[in-house]
Design a protein around this ligand. Structure first.
Ligand code: ADP
Ligand code: MG
Length: 394
């Protein structure tokens, strides 16, 4: 893969794909800015190395067709936020009409920083449409992918665009890949993989690959629900994914121990929080966290690990009543200073904000912006956007 150097940037219109898909509340306030913060050094680098223009592309959420060009998924609040933390003027542009967008950007001063409207307002983004990439390419001289966290998606601003512009990984993208390579190469057993969260279609298929990488695979979150359901356990009204049942059913290997929770915190029919053991879950219960026994089993295994990978909260951490399991996992990870650790995923990193947690992140812990992308990379799967960068001929 090519490296980004000052010579490449000087005097160029740089089109950079970032992942500013962060949580924004109803009032447009940015709640969680980890991914934005991590791209600031690259934006500053482009500015310092005299890029002619810096044009940032991002998505936000998953807008449906009837949301296109409405305020619902607009990146405008992110532009305002970026301006505040970067302390540089950020111009915002709709991107509905490419000719207009180009003309507007052309007129701006040298070194101007632009954030374009949600790229997913163009249908061609998610279909990796060449026409969209071709329109985007008119805006820049070079392309940078600084969105490692969405690099497992085949999208026009991540893949097709690399056919039209000289393409480079961003500084953070490079760092993420190098760090993951290093930890894979030097990983010492026991290796513990902790998986939770909700994006099952991304995560369940990679579990089987981890049997070769890890000694213990600890599963929580809605992923555990799907696996338990596939094994015919009652999970009540809990979140699971029907499509993944067949895949989940066959999980298991003698190469690593797959460990699922045997107790849970549920919300009962009467909306009360209750502990429940596996096998005693009622039809009207909703599993929203792992139980105390599972948490301490997980903690014990984590405390003996030498390599730890974690993606996905153990429960519904947005609800204060169901943060405990995740908090205990995080505590065990942080306390294990012997292990080399990678924690990644947009929601997973929010665990650090759980109230009453005092965490000092040790140097042995690497925080990755990627959840699904990190897992797929670790599993040795192809990341379409990484492959696109490597194959870019320009
Ligand atoms: P990440 O962004 O870190 O990759 P995901 O997006 O896959 O993680 O999953 C995070 C989401 O999973 C959170 O919104 C959390 O509420 C949800 N979640 C975890 N466990 C459960 C559960 N048992 N029931 C419902 N939602 C859950
Ligand atoms: Mg998430």
């Amino acid at each position: 893969m090519k490296h980004l150097t000052p010579q490449i940037i000087k005097g160029k219109r740089v089109l950079m794909r970032v992942d500013f898909n962060v949580d924004v509340d109803e009032k447009g306030k940015v709640i969680d800015d980890f991914r934005i913060q991590r791209t600031l050094p690259t934006i500053r680098f482009l500015k310092e190395e005299s890029a002619e223009k810096i044009i940032l592309i991002s998505h936000l959420g998953q807008p449906e067709k009837n949301d296109f060009w409405t305020e619902k998924f607009t990146l405008k609040p992110i532009a305002d936020y970026l301006e505040k933390i970067l302390k540089e003027k950020i111009y915002f542009c709709s991107l509905k009409d490419f000719k207009e967008t180009k003309a507007t950007i052309d007129k701006s001063e040298k070194g101007a920083i632009w954030l374009l409207e949600n790229i997913r307002y163009h249908e061609g983004e998610n279909t990796n449409d060449k026409n969209l990439a071709q329109q985007l390419f008119q805006l820049g001289d070079i392309y940078i992918n600084e969105a490692f966290s969405v690099s497992h998606r085949e999208a026009a601003s991540l893949c097709a665009i690399t056919e039209f512009l000289p393409s480079y990984p961003g500084l953070l993208f490079q760092e993420e890949i190098e760090h993951l390579n290093k930890i894979i190469k030097n990983s010492e057993p026991p290796t513990v993989m902790i998986l939770g969260g909700a994006k099952m279609t991304d995560k369940i298929p990679v579990i089987e690959k981890f049997f070769n990488l890890a000694n213990f695979i600890l599963i929580g979150g809605a992923i555990a629900n799907t696996i338990l359901k596939s094994w015919n356990f009652e999970i009540g009204n809990s979140l699971f994914e029907e499509e993944m049942i067949e895949k989940a059913k066959n999980l298991g290997s003698d190469k690593a121990e797959l460990i699922l929770p045997g107790d849970f915190l549920v919300l009962t029919k009467k909306q009360q929080k209750n502990k429940r053991e596996l096998g005693k879950i009622e039809k009207e219960d909703t599993i929203l966290d792992i139980g105390p026994v599972a948490a301490s089993t997980f903690q014990r295994i984590i405390s003996q690990a030498r390599t730890i990978f974690w993606n996905g909260p153990m429960g519904k951490i947005e609800d204060q009543r169901f943060q405990e399991g995740t908090k205990e996992i995080l505590e065990a990870i942080i306390q294990n200073k012997e292990a080399k650790t990678v924690i990644g995923g947009g929601d997973t990193l929010k665990s650090f904000k759980i109230p009453n947690s005092k965490f000092q992140i040790p140097n042995s812990v690497f925080l990755s912006t990627g959840g699904g992308a990190m897992l797929k990379y670790l599993a040795g799967e192809n990341l379409p956007a990484l492959r696109a960068l490597e194959n870019s001929k320009l």
